[in-house]
Design a protein. Structure first.
Length: 347
């Protein structure tokens, strides 16, 4: 037998409006009143009719979260943060992933509009303002990463990669490194370009010899392929900066297969601090992006924007920091080139 909101209100000794406010968390309710209402809800096993509520209020309880790919370990913490903030406020989340495919990205946008979401957090570089203009035209708020500045119905979260990168470069300089290489992310990825530019500029500023800058997809096997070209060069860099932890772990695997020791022969630094970074052998020195906080800020930005009369977006700022582990150490002697080093390893 199903029960109504009126029955919940009668048993709890409150109005239907109070029950609605408790369940939807739209107002601050006295703790004792909230406890009494929730206890009656539990006893009656009462569930709100989502469709009826949408018809009554003219608003959905859905927010969209768009990521690049569900299998990328960068995203679970982003999802967790966003979802936690949404659920704490009585909302649900529609999760979509683009798989870095432009046609799929456009289809995702159309599905979100048809789903009547309130707002969408775009946590992938696969989409920009031109690709999401239909969302804002439909009155749906959008929050991006590293796109800014904020506008009406558009918020932006700037991730300060430069801060963590500067710390990483200072770290290797203090260790004594002077010869570096960069394995960046995809050339057509907005975030990858930002990271690559910050790495190259920072290394040049500190006058490190930059032997190579290559691009790679955000996959372990792609990182491995990229580092093989460095191993084949006449002289190895003493430190390799990677555009993500996945790239870094692929690079470490390929270096190990080639007989190059980490960090004795080559130091490796990643970006993101995914959960697997600590489990790498050796544990990976990396630049931490606080991804759960990123997800929380993304929802908070949407929620705040949609409560404002003019629906003006806001610019948010997220810092990164270096996490030092065992994949970095003082450099080996520069007396040996790549070929000599590998021959020495083989003896």
């Amino acid at each position: 037998m199903s029960h109504t909101m009126s029955e919940v209100a009668t048993r709890a000794g409150v109005s239907k409006a109070t029950v609605s406010r408790v369940l939807n968390r739209t107002h601050t309710i006295a703790p004792e009143t909230e406890r009494r209402v929730l206890e009656v809800v539990r006893q009656l096993k009462y569930h709100q009719n989502v469709h009826a509520r949408r018809l009554a209020t003219g608003r959905s309880d859905l927010f969209g979260l768009v990521i690049s790919e569900i299998i990328n370990p960068y995203f679970p913490e982003v999802i967790r943060g966003f979802q936690a903030e949404a659920w704490d406020r009585g909302f649900d989340v529609v999760l979509c992933n683009t798989e870095y495919n432009s046609q799929r990205s456009l289809s995702v946008i159309q599905k979100l509009i048809e789903g009547d979401v309130r707002g969408v957090a775009i946590m992938t570089s696969s989409l920009d303002k031109s690709g999401t203009s239909e969302l804002t035209a439909a009155g749906i708020g959008v929050v991006f990463c590293n796109l800014g500045p904020a506008e009406r119905l558009l918020g932006n979260i700037s991730i300060d990669y430069q801060r963590g990168i500067a710390q990483a470069i200072e770290h290797v300089v203090q260790l004594g490194h002077r010869h570096a290489a960069v394995i960046a992310g995809p050339e057509d990825n907005r975030t990858a370009v930002i990271i690559k530019q910050a790495l190259v500029a920072g290394l040049n500023q500190r006058k490190l010899n930059l032997s190579a800058v290559v691009n790679s997809d955000y996959r372990v096997d792609a990182g491995a392929s990229a580092v093989r070209a460095l191993v084949a060069a006449p002289e190895l860099p003493t430190v390799i900066f990677c555009g993500s932890d996945l790239i870094a772990m692929g690079a470490m695997n390929a270096l190990e297969e080639a007989g190059v020791r980490i960090p004795e022969d080559v130091s490796v630094i990643g970006i993101d601090d995914i959960s697997f970074a600590f489990l790498a052998r050796p544990p990976l020195t990396t630049i931490r992006v606080p991804r759960e906080r990123l997800g929380r800020i993304a929802f908070q930005a949407l929620d705040k924007m949609l409560k404002l009369k003019r629906r003006k977006g806001v610019d948010y700022y997220l810092e990164t920091d270096l996490v030092i582990r065992q994949s970095t150490a003082p450099p080996r002697s520069r007396a040996l080139g790549s070929v000599d080093l590998l021959l020495a390893r083989a003896r």
